[in-house]
Design a protein around this ligand. Structure first.
Ligand code: URA
Length: 259
């Protein structure tokens, strides 16, 4: 460029700047908001690892520790029920219609612990409302007790609060996951004695199976006197065992009457 041409061009540019021009406009439009690839925000290390498939696996949650933490935090039965409702680590919850928490009178001297809800309980959200539950009510009435009894009520729950599919036996990991909730449930309900109904409950609470051998002998569970008994569903199938169940009911009645 000739020197005069250069000075003319520079004077023109100065004049435009004085008029307020701040940008040079090219022949082709430029999108100032479009960041070139090279200026794009650098990926975080994690995003880069995910993109490259080298990301470490997410931290493993220990469901039993989670259950313990959640159950311990509950300060009353309502919040324990809410904590169970919010617990997402048990697959049974996804297949169940309702959380089956308890029935009867909290604070009653006797707390009955069954196994798991079946179809009727799942539908109603209350434990022991099906055929086995009706027999349980008759058994309790025979010793002048009951879930709605004015002077001798009982409180009822199950080891599992959700129905297992097709009423299958609970898996050991399901029992382990629900045990902290059950222990807290007992602590908050403050019964004088526990009735452990059936093999699954004996397994969960006493770490033993063999209800035929265990039934009728008082033992201790979480610092409370506990009586293992035949499950009413078993009594429906084996009516001859009702004789033993009757002896156990009388033993319960005597224990409660003697404080
Ligand atoms: N069997 C149980 O152990 N619990 C119920 O609630 C119903 C049937």
């Amino acid at each position: 460029m000739e020197s005069a041409e250069f000075h003319n061009a520079l004077a023109l540019l100065d004049w435009q700047v004085e008029l307020g021009a701040t940008e040079a406009i090219c022949d082709a439009p430029v999108n100032c908001y479009e960041l070139p690839e090279t200026l794009a925000k650098p990926k975080t290390q994690k995003a880069a690892q995910v993109a490259a498939g080298t990301a470490p696996p997410p931290p493993q949650v220990d469901p039993v520790a989670e259950a313990q933490r959640s159950a311990t935090a509950a300060q009353d039965l309502e919040s324990l029920k809410a904590a169970l409702g919010a617990f997402e680590h048990c697959e049974l919850k996804r297949g169940a219609r309702n959380l089956v928490f308890s029935d009867g009178v909290p604070g009653a001297s006797v707390m009955i612990i069954g196994e798991a809800p079946e179809r009727d309980e799942d539908r109603e959200g209350r434990p022991f409302v099906g055929r086995a539950g009706q027999l349980l009510d008759k058994m309790l009435a025979a010793i002048d007790m009951g879930r709605d009894h004015a002077s001798a009520p009982v409180y009822i729950t199950n080891v599992l609060p959700w129905r297992p599919p097709q009423n299958r036996d609970p898996l050991p990991q399901e029992i382990a996951m629900m045990r902290p909730f059950l222990e807290r449930h007992i602590a908050l309900a403050k019964p004088q004695a526990l009735v452990i109904m059936g093999n699954i409950s004996a397994q969960a609470l006493l770490g033993k199976r063999g209800i035929t051998r265990l039934r009728g002998t008082w033992t201790e569970c979480f610092g409370l006197p506990a009586l293992p008994m035949f499950h009413p569903a078993y009594l429906l199938r084996q009516p001859a065992a009702k004789r033993d169940a009757w002896a156990d009911l009388l033993s319960l009645k005597t224990r409660i009457a003697n404080g």
